[in-house]
Design a protein around this ligand. Structure first.
Ligand SMILES: Nc1ncnc2c1ncn2[C@@H]1O[C@H](COP(=O)(O)OP(=O)(O)OP(=O)(O)O)[C@@H](O)[C@H]1O
Length: 289
């Protein structure tokens, strides 16, 4: 097994009376891309802040490069926060010079995918270019572990693909990445996923392992609007995919009974990652005191 770079063991965290993480475990090994997947408020950023040592767990243990997170171990991290962490009134080049000076490194050759107009003020760059610059700043000191908090939100499809190419390049080169995301498409880019729901870890594994043999009810038939109305009347939520309705979290019997007399054909199909995510997160309520 490759080196364990970051670990949370039985970690809980409270903001005052509000418990937002409960008994969460997480491991990131050298060379892997671990996706931290959860809805808004699931606790992803809080877990990242604990890993970086910016927060101290209410219970459990966190280690970074084998020690309690500290200024020294943080130097080996390339962190891209949701808010970028850039100096908006400095140019792109000045931001990178500043980071290189802080880490005492020579300016690295950046991959083309991280190129940003050097003379532009960081605050004046588009959202996509600001994300690119923030990634370039994290890249410059060749960290062992990248911690990327929703690194591609607001980035267009081409920019996203380019950033993911860089993430795969650095992890192929021996670094690791912990990437928080809401996006199922991005989750599929990861070697392993840790799913959080309302502060609890509800799954940890590969996409194939997490989806497993989980199934979803599929409804077919020409009159899908009628079938959709009947499902809604029965309190079942369906998604229209092409001319097929998919009803995650419902039993075959409940869908059959809701659609009796409509002529719709009902069958089971393999669930997608998103449908499995809905199923896993539906059983957990919100954070509580
Ligand atoms: N400083 C804070 N004080 C009190 N509550 C907080 C604080 N920061 C976050 N929370 C709460 O903790 C919970 C988890 O928030 P967190 O930001 O970790 O979730 P997240 O999964 O990163 O969400 P998002 O995807 O929206 O960024 C939420 O209920 C949030 O409102």
């Amino acid at each position: 097994m490759s080196e364990l770079l970051a670990q949370c063991e039985g970690v809980s965290y409270r903001y005052g009376a509000l418990t937002v993480l409960r008994n969460v475990g997480l491991q990131v090994h050298q060379g892997e891309v671990v996706g931290l997947l959860g809805a808004n408020g699931a606790g992803k950023t809080t877990l990242i802040r604990l890993l970086l040592g910016l927060l101290v767990p209410s219970a459990g243990r966190v280690s970074l490069f084998g020690e309690v997170p500290s200024r020294r171990s943080r130097r080996r991290i390339g962190y891209v926060p949701q808010g970028f962490g850039l100096y908006e009134d400095l140019t792109a080049a000045e931001n990178l010079d500043f980071v290189d000076a802080a880490f005492g490194v020579r300016p690295p050759v950046l991959p083309a995918a991280l190129a940003v107009p050097p003379g532009a003020l960081a605050g004046a760059l588009s959202l996509g270019l600001r994300r690119r610059l923030a990634f370039a700043a994290a890249f410059s000191h060749a960290p062992g572990l990248y911690v990327l908090d929703e690194p591609t939100s607001g980035v267009d499809a081409l920019g996203r693909t380019r950033l993911w190419d860089v993430i795969h390049e650095v992890t192929d080169g021996g670094a690791a990445a912990l990437v928080s995301t809401h996006s199922m498409e991005e989750a599929e880019e990861c070697d392993r996923l840790v799913m959080l729901a309302a502060g609890r870890r509800v799954a940890d594994g590969t996409v194939t392992g997490i989806v497993g043999d989980s199934q979803v009810v599929v409804v077919e038939g020409a009159d899908w609007p009628r079938a959709l109305r009947a499902l809604e009347q029965a309190g079942l939520r369906a998604a229209l995919v092409g001319r097929t309705l998919r009803v995650p979290g419902a039993s075959l019997e409940s869908v059959r009974s809701a659609l009796s007399g409509t002529g719709a054909v009902v069958r089971l199909a393999r669930a997608t990652l998103e449908e499995r995510f809905v199923e896993l997160t539906a059983v957990t309520g919100g954070p509580d005191a």
